[in-house]
Each structure stands twice: as structure tokens, then as C-alpha cells.
Design a protein around this ligand. Structure first.
Ligand code: GH3
Ligand code: MG
Ligand code: MG
Length: 632
């Protein structure tokens, strides 16, 4: 272990002869270079001291080599620093570095004041390096004379032309400006960036040439209300002092109106007499655009995920349509949308919803191949139109040209509709794929909603005639009955049965019989009022619920229907078929306590109508009770 006591160490050094550094190419180079270089061995003994260092410090190598570095350094310090304590500290620091090989400030230049041979103060920049060797570590010092740097500065003219060429040909915008923020020089890169020639830019205020960028710049020292120019001027001394470049990003508009995104760095340029500032501006537009594309893509995926979750859980068709609409606009960052749904009965598209700002005029219906919706249907493929005339808008009152993205909605070859998103911004390349994905989600959800609607419908309707089945009719009738009793309102029921229908079947066949049944039901539905409910009671027996209707009114209503049926034949392929029906009516009275009683009375009245000749309407009364009673 090395002894940390200075005196003992000094005596040990005398006993060990120093090995001169190997002469070779390095040494030749080191002797000729304008940098001062010194090196020690593993013990800190100076083994190398080059000619430049001899000149800088006025200390010849022969007076230094073989002595410990700290002794030499100490000798060179200013008289006021030559204390025992300082020597001890210097020695301890050097030895610690040599022992551990750790030196945090490795290679960092710092200004050190030395005393020259003639007693004059010399300021040098010194950087130390610790280099591992086979026996431990050696210390290398590099010394730079600030005077020498001035020499390099003087040689500047020699290379200025070449350097100018670099600046002229650089792809980046490079400019120089003064402490007043006025542009002094402007390279061709700047001309390309802004589209402004040097002659126009020179003498202008920098902030006026890059207005949006300086508006955008975060100078951290902003006083509210300060103009961007004042902010720049106030920041320049700080930039000069810290020597660190100040970087900022921002938008910029080329003279042609083209939008760009620029990254800029402002840095000080020191010369002997003055400080100027340089700015390098790099066009980051392509990078910014791909960044924006990625951001949009990420947002779209999130919207798609959310929309997928949302709409797949919705079975109500109306609610579903209201979910699809805003999500479609959000997905493509559009202004408006339109959703058409296919109506298989009419074989056309019907506008289900259209919403948004600057909402274009869209057709309410579209047949296959007609209008844009019909074309998307026919082609079966998504379209992106860059220049689709979307018609007048109510709020702008002028023609509006916008972009439109459209996609068919299909579920395993089943065409369900067409979805459009309108925008006044151009769509991006991924947008159509996104819309396709969205449309696939929408298709699955729409189909489910349709199926649900059909199944719910099937549960309550009669498949032959499309009116309510017996079970569902009872459900409605029960409710209506309770309400009428509770609020003491009139209520009537009618049961009717076609006359001699066995014969109709025999004459025209069972299939034609079905057709006639449907026709009779249609007539019946057409002749009743909105709140009235028609249901199929049995084979060719039907029931009508007439709320807010007393017996007389009910009788009048069905009398019209009976007459209409009897006087107008049902058209069949062969001959017109006359069908008649018999009707029984019963209405609510205080002695009717449940629905079944009421229906039973209507049934008795119907029986009475059949008994008394058919093709007639009978209102229930107490006498009928007796007749039926006798018969049963
Ligand atoms: P009435 O005047 O006494 O009512 O004579 P009717 O022949 O109509 O006798 P009833 O009402 O008892 O007979 C019902 C007939 O209606 C029996 C059946 O052949 C026929 N029918 C019942 N449901 C259907 C149906 O869905 N389609 C067809 N085509 N015929 C039906
Ligand atoms: Mg019958
Ligand atoms: Mg019958």
C-alpha cells in the first residue's frame, strides 16, 4: 500500500529510478502538437513533459521528469496558494486517483491559474485522464493555452470559404442573428424552409420570420404580456452565458401556404469582440406527420375497441343506430355521417340516421346503383371520394365540397346497409381500413338487433296473418281490461268467425283459403282505429279489443266491417270469392269482473249470430245468456 505521508513518499521516490516513456510515434506526435501533455507512471512520478508544455509554463522537462506530479503542480501554483495544507491536499487527491483508478472529472477541461517562470500569471485549460496500465494507473494531463486558441481563431479566414460552402450546402436552415434579434445572414436551407430569399430575410426580426414557432416556444422566463420578440431578447444573454443551445419545436408556414413542423436550436457564437447567435432549423414535417399518423392510429384503435364493446351489447335497433353514428364520426375525425339500412321488402336503402356539423344533404331512399349509397351497395366495396359535392349546408349557405368515406355493411354475404363519414379534412390511408373494421362490428351488431327484433316479433304475432297471436292478445287485453275497470272507462270486445269457411276451403283449396284469411284480416285491421287491437283467436276466428268504446259504438264499428266484407269480394286468381262473417260483441258492465267473462259473452253473442242466420252482428244481452244456456 502506498503511504499517504508526503515526506516518506518523497524519500521513497529517490530510491526508485524512473523509466522514461517509450519513444515512438506517439511521443513524436506529442512533441510536435500545440497541446501541452504530461504523463506520470503508476506512482505519480512525471515521466513525460512535452515541448509545448515547456513553452506554456516555461518549465523544461529536465527540471520536472522524475519528480512527483503534485510537487510540480505545487511549484506552479500562485504564491498565495503555496501552503502546506494545499500541498497535502494535492498529493492526497493524486494518490487517491492513482490507487483507485476512479476520477469523476475525467477529460473535463477546467481553467487553472499558474505562475510562469517570470512570475506572470498564466491561465490554462487543463483536463486529466486516468489510464490503466499493467502495474496500476497512470495520469495524463492535457493543457490548452487560451492564447493558442486565439491563434486558431486567426487562421479562421483561411478556412472560412470552405466553411461557408458547408453552410451553403447544408440541408438545414442555418442563420445568424444579433443581440437585437435581427437576422444577419440566412443560408439557402432557410430559403427552402420558408421560401424567402436571403435578401428579404436579412435585417428582419427573427420572430417575424418564424412567428408561430416563437409563439409556440417555451422560454420558461415568459412574462405574461411580453411579445415573443421581447422574450427572445431577454433570453439571449442567458443562452450566451450558459453556452448551452436552446431547442424548441413549432409550426411554420412556407410562403406557398404549405404547413411544416420545424425543430430549431439557438446557440451563441463568440468572437473576440462580439456575441452573435446562430439558429439551425430542421424540417421535421415527415417525422411529425408519421407521429401524427401513429397517434391517430392509436386513437382509432381505442375508439374501435370502445365501439366494439358498446355496440355488441346493444340489442335495440334504435339505440344501436344512435351508438354507431357518433362513433363513426369520431373514428375518422369527420364532421358528419349518414347510415342507410336495407329494407328487404321494398328492396331499397332507407336513411336511418344522419348527423354532424356541415351535414351534407343526403337522399332519404336509394335504389341499387342509384346515388352514392346505391353505388356503394352495387359495388360492395368501400370508397374514398376526395371531391364529392355534398350539397348546400344550411348554416353556411354556400356550396360545400368535402371528402367522403363510405362502406357497405354486410354480414356473411347478407347486405345490411351503407355507412358514410363526411369530412372537410382529407382522410388518411388507414382510415378506410378502420371504417371497414368498424363496419364489420356494426354489421354483427345490426344483424343481432334485427334477429332479436324478429324473434320478439315472432313471439307475439301470428305467422299467417301478421296480427297478434292469442297469447299476446290476452296479455294486452288483460292490461286494457284492468285499466278500464280502474278508471271506469268503456271497453268492448268483438269475436268474429267466418261463415261456412269449410266450404271456401273446399271450393278454392286450402292455400287459397289462407290467402282469403289474410285478405279478411287486412280489411279488418284497416277498418279499426289506432288504439284497437286485432288478434287471431283460433283458426278462422278473430278477436278485436275496442278501448273507450261502449256496446252501441262497438256494434256500429263492426257493422261497417261486416257490410264491407259482404259487399266486396276477395279477389282470387280464378273467381272473386264472397266471404261473410258473424260477429259477437260484449262490453264492460259492473257485473263483469274479469276478462274471461267478457270474452265469453262476446262468444255467446257470436253463437247467437250464427244461430240466427250468419253474416250479422249481435250485441250480448241477458236474453242471449238464456238462449245459449238452453242450447248448451
Ligand atoms: P260456420 O259458419 O259455422 O263457422 O262454418 P265453418 O265452415 O266456418 O265452420 P267452422 O268455423 O267450425 O270451421 C272452421 C274451418 O275453417 C275449419 C278449417 O278447415 C278452416 N280453417 C281453420 N283455420 C284455417 C286456416 O288457417 N286456413 C284455412 N285455409 N282454413 C282454416
Ligand atoms: Mg266459421
Ligand atoms: Mg270457426
Amino acid at each position: 500500500m502506498m503511504n499517504h505521508d508526503g515526506r516518506k513518499e518523497a524519500s521513497a521516490l529517490k530510491e526508485t529510478p524512473t523509466k522514461p516513456l517509450r519513444r515512438g510515434l506517439f511521443q513524436k506526435f506529442a512533441e510536435q502538437i500545440d497541446l501541452g501533455i504530461s504523463a506520470t507512471d503508476e506512482r505519480g512520478v512525471v515521466v513525460f513533459w512535452n515541448a509545448a508544455l515547456e513553452r506554456m509554463l516555461g518549465l523544461p522537462a529536465r527540471r520536472v521528469v522524475g519528480r512527483s506530479l503534485w510537487d510540480v503542480q505545487f511549484e506552479l501554483t500562485l504564491p498565495e496558494s503555496q501552503t502546506r495544507e494545499n500541498l497535502r491536499r494535492l498529493q492526497a487527491a493524486c494518490q487517491a486517483i492513482l490507487e483507485t483508478g476512479k476520477f469523476e472529472a475525467q477529460g473535463q477541461f477546467s481553467e487553472i491559474e499558474y505562475q510562469g517562470q517570470d512570475g506572470k500569471k498564466i491561465v490554462l485549460l487543463v483536463a486529466s485522464y486516468i489510464i490503466p496500465s499493467h502495474q496500476g494507473y497512470s495520469l495524463f494531463n492535457i493543457y490548452l493555452d487560451l492564447e493558442t486558441i486565439q491563434v486558431v481563431d486567426e487562421g479562421w479566414n483561411f478556412t472560412a470559404a470552405k466553411f461557408r460552402a458547408v453552410v451553403e450546402q447544408a440541408g438545414d436552415g442555418i442563420l445568424v442573428f444579433d443581440e437585437q434579434g435581427l437576422v444577419l445572414d440566412w443560408n439557402p436551407g432557410c430559403e427552402t424552409l420558408l421560401g424567402l430569399p436571403r435578401a428579404v430575410a436579412v435585417g428582419k426580426r427573427l420572430v417575424d420570420l418564424f412567428p408561430e414557432m416563437f409563439d409556440n416556444a417555451d422560454w420558461k422566463l415568459n412574462d405574461v404580456g411580453d411579445s415573443p420578440h421581447d422574450q427572445l431578447i431577454r433570453n439571449l444573454p442567458l443562452i450566451a452565458r450558459s453556452r448551452l443551445p436552446r431547442a424548441f419545436d413549432g409550426p411554420l408556414e412556407h410562403v406557398t401556404g404549405m404547413r411544416k413542423w420545424v425543430h430549431a436550436v439557438i446557440f451563441p457564437i463568440r468572437t473576440e469582440k462580439q456575441i452573435w447567435f446562430g439558429m439551425i432549423a430542421r424540417d421535421m414535417t415527415p417525422i411529425k406527420q408519421s407521429e401524427q399518423r401513429l397517434e391517430r392510429y392509436a386513437r382509432q384503435l381505442e375508439t374501435l375497441r370502445q365501439a366494439g364493446l358498446e355496440i355488441s351489447a346493444e340489442l335495440g335497433l334504435d339505440a344501436l343506430i344512435w351508438m354507431i353514428a357518433p362513433r363513426a364520426v369520431e373514428l375518422l375525425n369527420g364532421n358528419a355521417m349518414a347510415l342507410y339500412l336495407y329494407n328487404p321488402e321494398k328492396d331499397w336503402l332507407e336513411l336511418a340516421i344522419s348527423l354532424g356539423e356541415h351535414q351534407p344533404q343526403v337522399e332519404k331512399y336509394a335504389r341499387r346503383g342509384e346515388s352514392l349509397a346505391g353505388q356503394v351497395w352495387e359495388n360492395g366495396k368501400s370508397v374514398l371520394l376526395e371531391d364529392y359535392h355534398t350539397g348546400r349546408t344550411s348554416d353556411l349557405g354556400k356550396s360545400y365540397w368535402g371528402k367522403v368515406a363510405g362502406t357497405p355493411i354486410t354480414w356473411s354475404n347478407q347486405f345490411l346497409g351503407v355507412l358514410f363519414v363526411f369530412s372537410d379534412q382529407p382522410f388518411m390511408e388507414n382510415d378506410l381500413k378502420m371504417l371497414d373494421l368498424f363496419s364489420a362490428h356494426a354489421a354483427a351488431a345490426l344483424r343481432n338487433a334485427r334477429l332479436h327484433q324478429q324473434i320478439s316479433q315472432m313471439a307475439v304475432t301470428d305467422s299467417l296473418t301478421g296480427i297478434y297471436n292469442r297469447r299476446y292478445f290476452f296479455e294486452i287485453a288483460e292490461k286494457e281490461f284492468r285499466e278500464s275497470v280502474r278508471y271506469n272507462r268503456p271497453l268492448s270486445v268483438v269475436i268474429f268467425d267466418l261463415d261456412h269457411f269449410k266450404k271456401v276451403n273446399d271450393t278454392f283449396g286450402h292455400a287459397r283459403g289462407d290467402e282469403i284469411l289474410r285478405a279478411v284480416v287486412q280489411r279488418c285491421v284497416a277498418s279499426v282505429r289506432r288504439p284497437d287491437t286485432v288478434g287471431r283467436y283460433g283458426g278462422e276466428e278473430f278477436v278485436i279489443l275496442l278501448p273507450e268504446t261502449d256496446g252501441e259504438q262497438g256494434l256500429n264499428l263492426i257493422e261497417r266491417l261486416r257490410h264491407e266484407l259482404a259487399s266486396t269480394p276477395v279477389e282470387t286468381d280464378t273467381t272473386p270469392a264472397f266471404v261473410t262473417a258473424s260477429f259477437g260483441v260484449a262490453s264492460l258492465s259492473p257485473d263483469v269482473t274479469d276478462l274471461l267473462t267478457l270474452l265469453n259473452r262476446a262468444d255467446l253473442a257470436l253463437y247467437h249470430a250464427k244461430q240466427t242466420g250468419r253474416n250479422r252482428c249481435v250485441l250480448w244481452n241477458d236474453d242471449i245468456q238464456e238462449i245459449a244456456g238452453e242450447d248448451v
